[in-house]
Design a protein around this ligand. Sequence first.
Ligand code: ATP
Length: 510
Amino acid sequence: MATPSSSDNLMETLVSLCKRRGIIYASSEIYGGLNGFFDYGPLGAELKRNIRNAWWQDMVHRRDDVVGLESSIIMHPKVWEASGHVAGFTDPLVDCKASKQRYRADQLFFAAVVVDGATIGYVSALESERTAEELQEKAEALKRKKAVQGALAPVAMKEFTEATPEQIPLIPSPATGEPGSLTPPRAFNMMFETHVGPMRDSSAVAYLRPETAQGMFVDFKNVIDTTRVKLPFGIAQIGKSFRNEITPRNFIFRSREFEQMEMEYFIHPDADWLACHEEWLKWCQDWLKSIGLPESHLSLFEHPKEKLAFYSRRTVDIMFKYPFGVQELWGIAARSDYDLQQHQKFSGVPQVWFDEATKAKIVPHVIEPAVGVDRILLAVLCAAYAEEDVKDEKGNVEKRTVLRLHPRIAPFKVAVLPLLKNKEQLTGRAKALYQKLKRRYNVSYDDGGAIGRRYRRQDEAGTPWCVTIDFDTIEKPGDTFTLRDRDTMQQTRITEAELFALLAEKVDNA
Ligand code: ATP
């Protein structure tokens, strides 16, 4: 696991590694960037693609009961009325009139500062790993500032959504530290609006989808009518979603344009939905472990019954321990038949399945595992990053940075390194191997600099194996190369056939 001393350091280190190695850049950086938008560079694009492909392979290709879909990003605006997004896809927004900062009321916390039973003022802090401590420190500071004697009660932290109209003018803004500038929370719809066609009036309003899921519901009839699926079955989709988040933050964790991998699993209304929900919960956790996330960083959060959306029977989130706190990675929801019923009502088209056994038309229920690719990628980077002290060829201790990525998702599977750049026998053999590997895998070829430096470069890019074409390759029988393992740094000799067998085992069949 990563070694930088604090969690802030780890995030800073990762952000700068991502920039330096071409994994993630700020979007439109030459124009100063655009808050909540990111670009994936050459290594990041590979890593992201590999995560998507692994999910698609396991979710769709390797199962018999799930089919794929790619629906359009802009859909008929009625879709979002039926789904409830137009009316209810909102976050509580709070403005600070003094600083022009905006906050999500459920990410802004406050506490009364109580000395000897009397409230002497209020303190506020934004959601972080240290919110409670920060509020306590600010309470102590306020008591000192006001020179009030007596016993300070431990602060009782509350969400800004719980603030009463009398309290709101007394709560300081986190931006200015002064009370009086925060507005009461108001509902802010997070869908991005656009116009379709040349008219700019209200009849042309459409939305960039805030989730991919509705595509699966709207195409439910198409899929059952044009394929041979039988209940229970799933429809899976990977694609971009857009949310005008009030406070995009924590790098790619919460952005305004992101990618989702969602699957709607349709089941008979009489089926044991709880057992099915449990099965998917397990499947998702196993899948995250299979791509290298450590079990120690995963946990479950069961949404309390009273906070569930009215149509949800149960929602459990798989949480990941990010450097900035334990946060939602994957939500697994039992959504009843709400979505299909809504689309049936709004479109007038029956969203039914003909049950051969009972000869009845039924509206299936749904279990939905929904995850963000960018959140997985960030979790993968956090878990894979390590710094170690190692000895170089001369015995000097130096720092090595390594990304211990699972071979299945690593951007490069192998790096081919000729020992010397100017020895044609070495480079010729190296290029032949490189060309052959490249037909199947993304492979790096590097002939620049000392071999140790080249290993370090590959370690930092997460390449699981380096093969060095050296004098033994060309002078000794057997046509073997040095295989250097990223994690153990052990070197062994290997033939071309053995190398392909290793890749087949660790990459193709992983
Ligand atoms: P949150 O509570 O963190 O805003 P959510 O519960 O609204 O997330 P869902 O609507 O359940 O999220 O979306 C499913 C998944 O999509 C999430 O588990 C997450 O992995 C991903 N996701 C949602 N919003 C974002 C975002 N703004 N940026 C990146 N990924 C996101």
